[in-house]
Design a binder for this molecule. Structure first.
Ligand SMILES: Nc1ncnc2c1ncn2[C@@H]1O[C@H](COP(=O)(O)OP(=O)(O)OP(=O)(O)O)[C@@H](O)[C@H]1O
Ligand SMILES: [Mg+2]
Length: 334
């Protein structure tokens, strides 16, 4: 098997807080293959963005601490690179777009100025050809009147147009990986669908890997080859999207699927997972989903289930994947 483009290997990281260390990411391991779309899903506060930021080298240095693990990019550990080496990779081989495009753009520079800058900086192009290329990039992400948009300021554009500009900017240096963190949550439904289609087409055309962070399993179903389900800073389930959605093994994944609105069933009262994500500064010494899990038994309070399995993984004593979990439990019996 070829080396993955990205390999998260047992990544753990935490933040200092008044309540103690916030364990935002624990033992996270997953791969992104070249050209593959990996979806990361989970409720708010589960560690999705922080996982992405760690890859981009964008964690706040004073507050965040890497507690262990590595993030390999083509076999090279990104966590060991100097800030200047990371800055070279960012926006070049690794790119990211955010939920709020407006916050990522500079309000006092024109769209053109902002699109041209990385072409000059990373690709060493001279201003005139860079301007021409940037104009074409705007057309390529489906926007009309590219010339006039080049001289516009961000506040003159709609949210959907800005997100297209962000995608154009992210794609400009032909990155090998694009991370999209909730790229469509701030947009209305029709624009959401257009942006997702654009991301998918661009990823295919450029053989680019996509790490797509979302709350929305519908987006995962439509876009992702592989899905990583995060809960309270850990991966609780991962596998090929079709397998996970058809046959979810972890009760948390089952809850996410059950709480997803299905077209045509709008009036049915939606299931929602009871309770809340636990405090990441005070995680229990047992399965962190137990207190919200309708299937929990005494056994679930006796230890932390390991993430078991190979291509298909789940961290639940009852997943059916877990000889090691069974063993852990047997050892725990008096
Ligand atoms: N700078 C920070 N300082 C302290 N704690 C932080 C910091 N950034 C994130 N955290 C904590 O890390 C945890 C994971 O946050 P993260 O932003 O990754 O969640 P998320 O899954 O992306 O949620 P959402 O869906 O709301 O974006 C949260 O408990 C959050 O409070
Ligand atoms: Mg987030």
């Amino acid at each position: 098997m070829t080396e993955p483009l990205i390999r998260f290997n047992q990544l753990s990281l935490s933040f200092a807080s008044d309540q103690g260390r916030v364990r935002a990411v624990q033992d996270v391991s997953f791969d992104v293959q070249a050209g593959q779309t990996v979806g990361i899903v989970g409720e708010s506060g589960c560690g999705k963005s922080v996982t992405a930021m760690s890859l981009m080298g964008l964690l706040p240095p004073q507050a965040a601490r890497i507690d262990g693990g590595e993030i390999l990019f083509q076999g090279r550990d990104l966590l060991k690179l100097r800030p200047s080496q990371m800055a070279d990779l960012r926006g070049n081989q690794l790119a990211m777009i955010f939920q709020e495009p407006m916050t990522a753009l500079n309000p006092v520079l024109t769209i053109g100025e902002q699109l041209v800058e990385p072409l000059i900086r990373h690709l060493g192009e001279s201003p005139k050809p860079a301007w021409k290329k940037a104009t074409k990039m705007i057309t390529d992400v489906g926007l009309a009147r590219a010339e006039s948009l080049m001289s516009s300021y961000p506040h003159q554009l709609s949210g959907g147009m800005l997100q297209r500009i962000m995608i154009a900017m992210a794609l400009s240096c032909k990155p090998q990986l694009l991370i999209a963190d909730e790229p469509t949550t701030a947009l209305d439904v029709t624009v959401q669908a257009q942006i997702l289609r654009l991301l998918r087409d661009q990823a295919r055309q450029n053989h680019m890997a996509l790490m797509l962070i979302t709350h929305d399993l519908g987006v995962i179903a439509q876009m992702a080859d592989h899905v990583v389900v995060m809960y309270a800073g850990k991966i609780v389930e991962q596998g090929a999207t079709a397998d996970v959605l058809r046959n979810p093994l972890h009760p948390y994944t089952q809850g996410l699927i059950a709480s997803r609105p299905t077209p045509g069933e709008r009036r049915r009262r939606l299931y929602s997972i009871p309770g809340q994500v636990p405090d990441l500064a005070a995680l229990p010494p047992y399965c962190a989903f137990t207190d919200r899990c309708e299937r929990a038994t005494e056994r679930c309070r006796q230890g932390i289930p390991l993430l078991e399995g190979r291509s298909r993984q789940a961290a639940c004593f009852y997943s059916g994947l877990s000889p090691a979990n069974e063993m852990t439990q047997k050892e725990l019996q008096p």
